[in-house]
Each structure stands twice: as C-alpha cells, then as structure tokens.
Ligand binder design. Structure first.
Ligand SMILES: Nc1nc2c(ncn2[C@@H]2O[C@H](COP(=O)(O)OP(=O)(O)O)[C@@H](O)[C@H]2O)c(=O)[nH]1
Ligand SMILES: [Mg+2]
Length: 191
C-alpha cells in the first residue's frame, strides 16, 4: 500500500463546531478547508477523501451553519465550512455566516489550501464566482473541485474557462471515486 493510502486510513475524528473565532481549536496542525453551495456534495467528498462517515455530523441540522473541525490522524485539521446559497435562511443569517467564513479564511494561520466545490453538472454559478472573488487575499490557496462528475452535464457556464485558467482544478466523483486519489495526493503534498 502506498504512503498516501495509508495516511488517509488514519482516524478522522470530529473535534468541534464553531460559531465564533474564539471557539476555533488552538492547534498547530496544517489545516485544509472545504466550501461550496449547499448540496454540492461537500460532505460526500470529505467522506470519500477521508474514507470515513463524517457526513452524519456535517449534515446534522444546525451544524451545517457552523464551522466544523475534524482531526485527521493527529496531524491535520479538516474543516467543513458552511455552505452558501441556502434557500431557507434570512438575509441576516446569510450575512452572519458569510462574515464568519471570511473571518476564518483570512485569519487562520495554518490554513494551507481551500477546496472550492462546484457541481460539474451545473457549472460555476454567479454565487460561486462571488465567493471566489471574495477570497482574493488567499487566492493562491484555492483549488477547485468539480463534483458529481458521474452526472450528465446539464448547463454550460460562461465562467468556466476563466476559472480553469486561473485555478488548479479537478473533476471528481464521490460516487465512482474518480480522482479521489488525486485529491489525496494533493493534500499529502502540503502536509
Ligand atoms: N451522482 C452523484 N451524487 C452525489 C455525489 N456526491 C454527492 N451526491 C449527492 O448529492 C446530494 C448532496 O450531497 P452532500 O454530500 O450531502 O452535499 P453537501 O450539502 O454539499 O454536504 C446527496 O443526495 C448525495 O448523494 C456524486 O459524486 N455523484
Ligand atoms: Mg454537508
């Protein structure tokens, strides 16, 4: 078995959910974060990469609006950020979540990479582009993952070419495991 596969077999444990910066874990492990529109397949991708059932936590009502921290193998922090584009929340709550997320993204010292997930069958939407634009300061940390590659492409997005020129990107599926190993190798590289 390869070094990479063995590394991802280590335990991934839920640590805590935060709604305020003071609740963030005070650890020095390298950290990676995942973000995307709700229903993009974020929990499924985290599960596929870490070979665990973490979704039951990330998909628990309430927790989907918080920042969820997981400890992988006592050597890396995995962070599930709240989804954007929720249909059923107030504008006030949407602003609160977006403030929390931007604060996290710009202040977290050990954050190495941020995986921005976009549904491959729908392509990048305006809201995805706005999210990416809001991350200007940490642009070099962005990796795009187009999710659900096993699904037929329904829409062709005008934003696609520019995005792919600017950012490193992968087309993945948590259903068929397409390119999941590539993502694992990528993460292993910056540990
Ligand atoms: N076909 C397909 N469906 C997926 C894939 N990943 C997630 N889904 C489905 O998309 C829905 C949302 O997935 P989930 O991981 O909970 O998304 P989240 O809201 O972003 O955490 C669920 O019904 C999943 O079964 C994939 O790679 N392929
Ligand atoms: Mg989820």
């Amino acid at each position: 078995m390869s070094l990479v596969s063995n590394y991802f077999k280590k335990q991934t444990k839920f640590l805590l959910s935060a709604t305020q910066p003071r609740q963030y874990p005070n650890v020095s492990f390298p950290e990676i974060a995942f973000i995307g529109r709700s229903n993009v397949g974020k929990s499924s991708l985290i599960n596929a990469v870490f070979m665990k059932k973490l979704a039951h936590i990330s998909n628990t009502p309430g927790k989907t609006r918080q920042i969820n921290f997981f400890n992988h193998g006592d050597s890396m922090m995995v962070v599930d950020l709240p989804g954007y584009g929720f249909a059923k929340i107030s504008q006030k709550e949407a602003f609160q979540i977006s403030d929390l997320v931007s604060q996290y993204l710009t202040s977290r010292e050990n954050l190495k990479k941020i995986f921005v997930l976009i549904d491959n069958s729908l392509g990048p939407k305006k809201i995805d582009i706005e999210m990416i634009d809001s991350m200007k300061q940490i642009k070099q940390k962005i990796i795009i993952c187009y999710t659900k590659s096993d699904k037929k492409i329904k829409e062709k997005s005008a934003f696609l070419d520019n995005l792919n020129t600017e950012f490193e990107n992968y087309i993945v599926s948590s259903k068929t495991n397409e390119n999941i190993f590539e993502i694992q190798k990528k993460i292993f590289e910056f540990l």
